[in-house]
Design a protein around this ligand. Structure first.
Ligand SMILES: [Zn+2]
Length: 368
């Protein structure tokens, strides 16, 4: 039986309480590939990730807020000027040097790294050749730079800063920045792990600058956020805690993310890592999230940044953890129960079919 259209009950999605900040520039970064183990592979940090998350949040009734342009004041407090200049210019210089046409290298990829073993006690000099400079700041071969990389990374920073503005301006207790590319593997003077600028560190620094005296960053991405840890490792006003697959079991970032890394100098005790064995599911993962939340309370944080990676989920191709959507929701509830002004920043999550629902599940927990 045909029913008149007006008689069909219209179920509007309930308004989702966490606003989503987004910059259209975030899809301008198209890495096209990763060079992994010397082989060009398709890569998983693709623009479609952001579109999938955005679609899920819209379906859940989220309000989408376009990021506003911010100057470099906060960014300059997190990253060194030389790294920023490199990211702004390296693709232009690479193209001008002819690598796309001469050797078919359509993206900037390093081949030489100025490691401590290479330099010994000699000073690190700026290399003359752009193909040498490609390895000056990037520490892996997976994190390629193309024509829109800088604009996308800078747009992600604007999204994080706009989310901080909303929380610091008391428009909302919890705001979410749909950042892409992700950021937690980018350090003060380094980048890698598909990250270029550290959005979570920028958010934490912006919260400090807005007057929150003690800020905690909790990182639930499947991989240790070595960049964020390094930015704040010797600073006492920012706590960093992470639950992730154990680098000692053979997982990225391999060299960093161990339980005995507890901070240094003024930051002694303000760093807590919870490395987990491959195959870990909700139970042990959530106990780690609870320990991190307890540490945040003990630190007397006045604001929280959540590095929201959803690649610990069972479906994700990039990690061996086995967390469910219910687990992510529960983690959101645990962190939300701290009751702190909170900025959630998107990190990893690579299974296009489920990552949006995982983000929605976490954020709905965060706002209680
Ligand atoms: Zn990750």
């Amino acid at each position: 039986m045909n029913q008149p259209l007006l008689d069909v009950p219209r179920v509007q999605p309930a308004a989702f309480p966490v606003p989503t900040v987004w910059s259209p520039d975030c899809v301008r970064h198209e890495p096209l590939a990763e060079i992994w183990l010397g082989v060009r592979t398709p890569g998983t940090e693709v623009p479609q990730r952001a579109a999938a998350i955005r679609t899920s949040l819209l379906s859940a009734g989220a309000r989408i807020v376009e990021a506003t342009r911010h100057d470099d004041t906060i960014l300059d407090l997190v990253h060194g000027a030389a790294l920023l200049q490199h990211l702004r210019t390296v693709y232009r210089d690479w193209t001008a040097a002819g690598f796309p046409t001469a050797v078919g290298a359509d993206r900037v990829v390093p081949y030489l790294f100025p490691t401590a073993g290479l330099l010994g006690t000699l000073p690190l000099r700026e290399p003359a050749a752009v193909h040498a400079r490609a390895g000056r700041y990037c520490y892996d071969t997976m994190t390629l730079v193309g024509p829109g990389t800088w604009e996308a990374a800078r747009g992600a920073v604007d999204a994080a800063l706009t989310a901080v503005d909303m929380v610091a301006g008391h428009q909302t207790r919890v705001a979410y920045a749909l950042c892409r590319p992700p950021g937690h593997h980018a350090g003060r003077e380094s980048f890698g792990g598909s990250c270029y600028l550290n959005n979570a560190a920028v958010a934490a620094q912006a919260l400090l600058s807005a007057g929150y005296s003690r800020v905690a960053v909790i990182d639930i991405d499947a991989h240790h956020g070595n960049g964020t840890q390094s930015v704040f490792y010797d600073r006492g006003e920012v706590f960093y805690g992470s639950v992730h697959v154990d680098p000692g079991a053979g997982w990225f970032p391999h060299y960093v993310g161990f339980a005995d890394e507890r901070g240094a100098g003024d930051g002694s005790g303000a760093n807590l890592n919870e490395p987990l064995q491959p195959g870990t599911g909700d139970g042990h993962w959530l106990r780690s999230v609870e320990r991190l939340a307890g540490a945040v309370a003990g630190f007397a944080a006045t604001a929280l940044v959540v590095s929201l990676g959803v690649d610990a989920a069972a479906d994700d191709p990039e990690s061996p953890l086995q967390v469910t959507a219910d687990g992510y929701h529960e983690a959101g509830l645990v962190l939300g129960s701290l009751g702190l002004p909170t900025v959630a920043v998107q990190e990893g999550g690579y299974h296009l079919g489920t990552l949006g629902a995982l983000v929605v599940a976490t954020l709905s927990g965060l706002c209680g």
